[in-house]
Design a protein around this ligand. Structure first.
Ligand code: TYD
Length: 207
């Protein structure tokens, strides 16, 4: 049975930090406890969002354009999927959200965060995740995983180490800025250790 108030959990991290495999673990963990879960991702999560994802991940464009497109996808996602699910008392588990825009478009591409903040306010001023799990790993560890697991890399995955160094730095700065919401998961630990940590955080959220 659903609890009265749905919770919104987001997953973040540089490409190759291994977050995606943990999305399905958490989804299953919550479902086993009787919680209705919507598992989704950004950019994407709606038919229009998935079309925008294809464009953002594959077409070369200005950093501003990237930011506008991911927020367009996000607006649709919130309206069609995230807000209705939370209103029904379901939990939403989302692979990436606005922290990715600060990390990739601001950190990676150099877009001024003061350009992103008004977009964030416009698209979801009233809504922030209840919990953000930031999967963090040294750049060389993530790069090695990425090269091993991704035969056909997208535009971001083809970026060089300095790009990901900047992305990671913004993530860590945001974790320091929002310690109540963002928890850092050391992604270089074993899967069992990571799962243990994830369960601790979920238990806290389950109350
Ligand atoms: P990712 O979760 O890495 O997808 P996959 O594991 O299937 O490759 O996300 C896709 C990419 O989108 C990732 O490289 C980061 C990028 N991205 C942004 O640049 N800005 C954003 O706001 C979001 C949500 C994602």
């Amino acid at each position: 049975m659903s609890s009265a108030a749905g919770k919104f959990i987001t997953f973040e991290g540089i490409d190759g930090a291994g977050k995606s495999s943990h999305v399905s673990f958490i989804t299953q963990y919550l479902r086993e406890r009787g919680i209705e879960v919507v598992a989704t991702r950004e950019p994407g999560g709606t038919p229009l969002g998935e079309t925008l994802r294809n464009i953002v991940l594959n077409e070369k464009m200005h950093g501003d354009t990237e930011a506008l497109l991911v927020f367009a996808s996000r607006r649709e996602h919130l309206a069609e999927v995230i807000e209705p699910a939370l209103a029904r008392g379901e939990w939403v588990v989302c692979d990436r959200f606005t922290d990715s825009t600060y990390a990739y478009q601001c950190g990676g591409r150099g877009l001024d965060p003061s350009r992103v903040a008004p977009l964030e306010h416009f698209v979801h001023g009233h809504r922030q995740p209840d919990l953000t799990l930031l999967f963090d790993a040294p750049i060389n560890v993530a790069r090695e995983r990425l090269d091993r697991a991704t035969p056909d890399p997208d535009k971001f995955e083809r970026e060089q180490g300095e790009f990901f160094t900047r992305v990671r730095q913004v993530y860590l700065e945001r974790a320091a800025q929002f310690p109540q919401r963002i928890v850092i998961i050391d992604a270089s630990q074993t899967i069992e250790m990571i799962r243990e940590r994830l369960c601790d955080h979920l238990k806290r959220l389950l109350g």
